[in-house]
Design a protein around this ligand. Structure first.
Ligand code: MIC
Ligand code: SF4
Length: 760
């Protein structure tokens, strides 16, 4: 398949060609005008006339226009794809190298070190892309979502990506959804992508941002309102006059961090700002094509006039009065205005001193972000101020890096002593060889990232990470303290004078146009069939996958409880990133991190549990390995929003590999729940959430009546205590008929393989 460095206009035209007919079908079937999300989805339905369209209930088959994968998740996705026996991907696919670059010294040295350290993985990814007709973005090209925004996203399109922040492309009006690798493999192999017809949350924006407030504050506030699970199963659609005042990259920031509220995706309508961005990034033809169908690339008029008739839930935000926010620590929905942080930090004993400021990540690394932050840095230097904590800047892409270097903006940061890191995820995903602070020392950092789970950035549980806008990051780094409000407080400069910081308006787009920088894209050859994709059997980073066994038709009885997690159990708790990223292509080795960060509900300890085979306490990964070796099937138990966070399917594949047959929780995060289903693990929720408390450390759990498993059916779970007393509880599941088929087959991939290779 021909895959280019940018979305070809022909692909866009094909999508637009069906809009008239499909939106009519949507209006007729729903009997009312449509929101934007509905238009885009209806236009990508496999079967628009007959697909069920009940919000939050129906599962539908969709046909995405593109697939994008980043290196840390792509390895497992490609390893799965390779077993499908196809010669080529069936949908334009790209792989982006961004997660595996360790931040240690500076951009140049870190990139060289990463290329050396990850040669085997990069070679694998480059050759697998060439072999199967996908595009490959080399290390140094930038963070997947920024590259997608610059090159591939287009208004009205539908894409999936193996990363939870794929919704970034919603800033250009694309429905872009984060998924696990197995979902991506469905699409790459030519099958439809099956997902729930979403609920809709409408966010009506009025007014205009001013002063220190930034697009990031919109989503920091929305996260406060909706919390980390409030968006689950929903698409968040932003509209109103305030939405039209935001730049395309500002919209991208808001959509990006919608992942933190669990939303399926977030979306803005096509407008002048998006057109300007498309043109500035060399896509005039797409802007022209979008102009011609602009009425299809926004909600029907009735939606803005009476949103209550269209959305399941509504939020109203006046940008003119929105104050700068800062969220954290430890969870992205713990929000307050910047002005209130100091008092809260004192009350909670969070260190007031800022130990580092970090600007970048896929959330906030656009040209506009950098110009605003650089304007503060420039002004501070002119006023005789210096940074009171180390400052790190990560450009989002090679194009942004080359442009900000040319425009003197990197120099503004460097004048403050900032370290410019490689165009990559870096400290946002724990790829930070932090030297200035040791593990165990309580400290606070401020970042323009989106996540702040414990250990996320530097691997230290004692680091308190606060997420905020790049503007506020610079201000607090200059102040060196959390209890500083740049809008009202002053700082003392090197000459002992009191000065006030000021923030410039920033430049939405570079006046001189973007400088593309170094070309980092590798297109696949016309015929890749002769290319060998090598996976060495002795590799400790890549491992060929062995299919999971099919269900034997019996109930699964007397399973020990390997983990009962207390409180937050994110994918970072289940399968930690940072140093473990190196094993993302090796299922057995990465299983060495299983549940390492989870809090044991019985003991309050992190990462250790009770081993039924001998009654000892051991690290979870070790218990899991021992159960695996002994052929013992087991269950894990979770609290609310189990698997919040990342799209990494390792959080589902590792338990499956080690013998988990069911995960029973109070509720699940969307991607994690799907990942469990895909890998043949039953995700069950307590019909009565209080039943979570019934499960004891030494109990055995049976999942019974599986022969009658059907959509909407309850599943009986029998808990047997050590004295032999049995209690039966009811659990729910959200599996459709075809998803139950994944469980029966052992995994969704087993079914695909059957169809593509004829194997049984
Ligand atoms: C993240 O931000 O947590 C990641 C790292 O980008 C993940 C993907 C991964 O774990 O590889 C995500 O958001 O999906
Ligand atoms: Fe990378 Fe961080 Fe964005 Fe995830 S959130 S894609 S780790 S920059």
């Amino acid at each position: 398949m021909a895959v280019f460095a940018s979305t070809p206009i022909e692909l866009v035209e094909q999508v637009y060609a069906t809009l008239d007919e499909r939106t009519d079908i949507g209006r007729r079937r729903l009997g009312r005008p449509l929101t934007l999300a509905e238009k885009v989805l209806v236009n990508h339905l496999d079967d628009p006339e007959d697909a069920g369209l009940e919000r939050g209930v129906s599962y539908v088959d969709l046909r995405p226009d593109r697939v994008a994968m980043q290196d840390a998740t792509a390895q497992m996705a490609w390893l799965q794809f390779m077993t499908a026996g196809l010669d080529e991907v069936r949908v334009p696919t790209t792989t982006h190298c961004d997660h595996l670059i360790l931040a240690r010294d500076d951009a140049k040295r870190d990139l060289l070190a990463a290329v050396e350290d990850n040669t085997e993985v990069y070679d694998f990814l480059e050759s697998v892309c060439a072999r199967y007709g996908a595009g490959f973005w080399k290390p140094g090209s930038g963070i997947i979502h920024q590259v997608v925004l610059e090159q591939y996203a287009f208004p009205g399109g539908l894409m999936i990506g193996t990363d939870s922040h794929t919704p970034n492309a919603g800033g250009l009006g694309m429905v872009a959804v984060g998924v696990g690798g197995a979902d991506a493999v469905d699409v790459m192999t030519g099958f439809a992508w099956n997902d729930r017809w979403p609920k809709l949350i409408g966010v009506h924006l009025t007014g205009e941002l001013n002063g220190w407030s930034a697009p990031k504050d919109v989503i920091l506030k929305v996260a406060d309102i909706l919390t980390v699970k409030g968006g689950t199963g929903a698409i968040v659609e932003y509209f109103g006059p305030g939405a039209r005042c935001l730049s395309a990259t500002g919209k991208g920031t808001i959509c990006n961090m919608g992942a933190e509220i669990g939303a399926t995706t977030s979306l803005f309508a096509y407008d002048d700002a998006i057109a300007r961005y498309l043109k500035a990034t060399g896509r005039e033809a797409i802007a022209d094509a979008a102009d011609a169908v602009a009425h299809h690339l926004r909600a029907d008029e009735a939606v803005e006039a009476s949103p209550g008739d269209f959305f399941d839930e509504g939020i109203q935000s006046d940008l003119s009065t929105l104050s700068p926010h800062i969220n954290g620590p430890h969870t992205p929905d713990l929000a307050r205005p910047v002005a209130d942080l100091g008092a809260e930090a004192v009350a909670n004993g969070w260190p007031l001193k800022v130990s580092a400021g970090l600007i970048g990540s896929c959330t906030n690394s656009s040209y506009e972000d950098i110009t605003r932050a650089a304007s503060i840095a420039r002004d501070a230097v002119a006023k005789g101020l210096s940074a009171r904590a180390p400052l790190f800047v990560t450009p989002g892409s090679e194009q942004v890096r080359a442009t900000i270097e040319r425009d003197g903006l990197l120099a503004d940061f460097e004048a403050l002593g900032a370290t410019v890191l490689a165009n990559a995820c870096g400290p946002c995903i724990g790829q930070w060889d932090r030297k200035d602070v040791a593990d165990g020392v309580p400290n606070s950092i401020v970042t323009s990232y989106n996540r702040n789970f414990p250990r996320r950035n530097d691997g230290y549980a004692t680091t308190h990470a606060f997420v905020t806008s790049p503007e506020t990051v610079i201000a607090l780094t200059l102040a060196g303290r959390l209890d500083f409000d740049p809008a009202t407080d002053t700082l003392v400069n090197d000459a002992g004078e009191e000065v006030r910081l000021s923030v410039g308006p920033g430049d939405e787009l570079p006046a001189l146009g973007f400088d593309p920088g170094v070309d980092t894209f590798v297109a696949p050859p016309e015929d890749g069939s002769g290319i060998e994709v090598a996976v060495s059997p002795s590799s400790d980073r890549l491992q060929v996958l062995t299919p999971f066994p099919a269900w034997d038709g019996e109930d699964i009885t007397d399973m020990p409880v390997l983990l009962k997690a207390q409180g937050k159990c994110t994918t970072d708790h289940i399968s930690m990133a940072g140093p473990w990223l190196r094993y993302r292509g090796h299922l057995e080795n990465i299983s060495g991190n299983l549940y390492m960060g989870a809090v044991n509900a019985f003991t309050g300890e992190v990462g250790t549990g009770y081993d039924v085979t001998d009654g000892d306490t051991r690290p979870y990964p070790e218990i899991a390995r021992r159960y695996h070796d002994a052929g013992i099937a087991w269950v894990a138990v979770g609290d609310e929003n189990m698997g919040e966070g990342s799209s990494r399917e390792h959080a589902a594949m590792e338990p499956r590999f080690r013998g988990a047959r069911a995960v029973i929780a109070r509720s699940f995060a969307r991607i994690h729940e799907t990942n469990l289903k895909k890998q043949g693990v039953l995700p069950l929720t307590f019909a009565d959430p209080a039943d979570y408390d019934r499960i004891g450390e030494r109990d055995l759990v049976s999942v019974v009546g599986l022969a009658d498993l059907a959509p909407g059916s309850q599943v009986e779970v029998v808990i047997t205590d050590p004295a032999g007393g049995a209690t039966s509880i009811r659990t729910d599941h959200t599996m459709s008929e075809s998803q139950i088929g994944w469980f029966r087959a052992g995994s969704a991939l087993n079914l695909i393989r059957r169809q593509t290779t004829g194997d049984t």
